[in-house]
Write a protein that binds this ligand. Sequence first.
Ligand SMILES: Nc1ncnc2c1ncn2[C@@H]1O[C@H](COP(=O)(O)OP(=O)(O)OP(=O)(O)O)[C@@H](O)[C@H]1O
Ligand SMILES: [Mg+2]
Length: 526
Amino acid sequence: MSDGKTKIGEVVQAAVSAGIHVKLSLGGPEEIKTGYPIIVEGEKYDFYCIVMDVYNPGVPVVDAVATSPLGRAAIPAVSPGMQTGYLGNIFYSKVLLEPIQIIDKKTSELGEVETIPQYFAEVRFATADDVKAIYQPTRSSMPIGNLRGIPEFSIPIDFEKLTEKSFAILGRTGMGKSFLNKIICNFILQTGVASVFVFDMHGEYGMFSSTDHSKGLKFYFPEKVEWFTLDPKRNHDAAPFFIDPESITPEDLILALPDLSQRMQDAIWEINKARGKNDVLTAINLAESGDTVPESTLHGLQARIARLERMDFIRPAPKSMREDPFNTILRRVKESKSIVLDFGKYGKDSMVYLFVANVISRRLHEIYTDEKGEDLPRLVIFLEEAHKFLDPKVADLTIFNVLAREMRKFNLVVALIDQRPSRIDDEIMSQLGNRMILSLKESKDLDHALSGLPKAAVWSNIVQTIPARTALIVGDAVRVPTVIEIMDYSTIQKHLEKTPSGKKKLTAEDIGKITKNADKIISSID
Ligand SMILES: Nc1ncnc2c1ncn2[C@@H]1O[C@H](COP(=O)(O)OP(=O)(O)OP(=O)(O)O)[C@@H](O)[C@H]1O
Ligand SMILES: [Mg+2]
């Protein structure tokens, strides 16, 4: 093996359909882990592989002597590495590799895996040079972490491609979804490929995170980010946000209010039909029971909407304000600004979150589909607890069902963040352009998270075994499926300083758009 490269074993079995089995010559199996990048050196090609499984094959003598001190004494050196004999190690471990790409040794061209290496082909850890050949950075790429097993090699993710279609960040609770999400938001703004809309339930994205005091999007991108709050009493730095009761629809109520009986839902529609000039909340309060809405149903409904009415942010904008904050947000979005909406004291109430996210996203959907001709700026809406909006029980009522499926052509995409992928519709999963999958254990969740991927069963093994803050990334933002150790958020500043923000050069098309907008502004002044 050429210099500086560590041989780890030789090929003993291989099939295009079933991967490559390698007998290890390492001191022990603990030196290699699932997800590590490995090179198998064939004759014509280097096979770039990922470790899918590490295992000790069954050996009859081990079965016979295990647990028996006498038997063990008969085999003097039990440590596998020391049991070398005429035939190599007597006790050895194996790894199962999944070839991801083949690299032509002469031309360095990459190709799909259509063949296998011969018996005894040498196997080694991939080096940064091997990896570089696979992951070439692009104009709009930023690294979100390093390749598992090679700390010195960071993996570039193409943010232009990432934000072209809806994507998902999936993983068990506490595995690092929100931190990864924050890294991604920063890099979207840094590369200038899109703007973001974040519903900030726990005050983590604004100036400083209220949970760990790390710097947020408003800190790093004060010019690009507009900061609003539902709770101006607590957050004096962000602009207050209100929802005018006029803009609330029956769907918003049915989605947000828990435990509405079918009768109460029907009552909302009935009352809405006859509400005249009243908004739907007022209409429910003023409604009288009758043939269509029985008294007990009406009282139950009124008691439930009272919860919403207690929210200070549901009210018309004060007269002293020049513009309704809702309109301000929509205008800012059109101007390519990103929005962080701080929930303040309402952050713990999932009803408020469902309600607000749905009301706002519905309006965004309206303006993005209404003004098709006008090419609005690309916007990514980040949605934590996505299953709450995409659960088959409520999916028809929420706008996210539509957004996740078909909004790509309108430049509006959603990023779904969720710990229970099994509760997200398979069809929505299949529409996603990219998936970032952190540790998952339950087989139902694994199946859904990986549904539709080639060799899903093989990846499932990796996703089940990776530790926290490690993600399998699959989709068009990376060349090949890759297991990444996510960077520590505290190092992000270094990356933001390295590349000038919004380094994307203006294209002729961009300049055209700017001129068009400028014309509009000027003509509106006249
Ligand atoms: N990239 C990172 N940099 C620094 N700390 C991290 C990172 N990822 C995770 N952590 C640590 O792990 C903790 C859990 O991560 P995070 O809040 O992102 O998990 P989560 O998957 O969003 O969990 P939940 O489903 O409960 O929201 C964080 O509070 C933080 O301390
Ligand atoms: Mg989280």
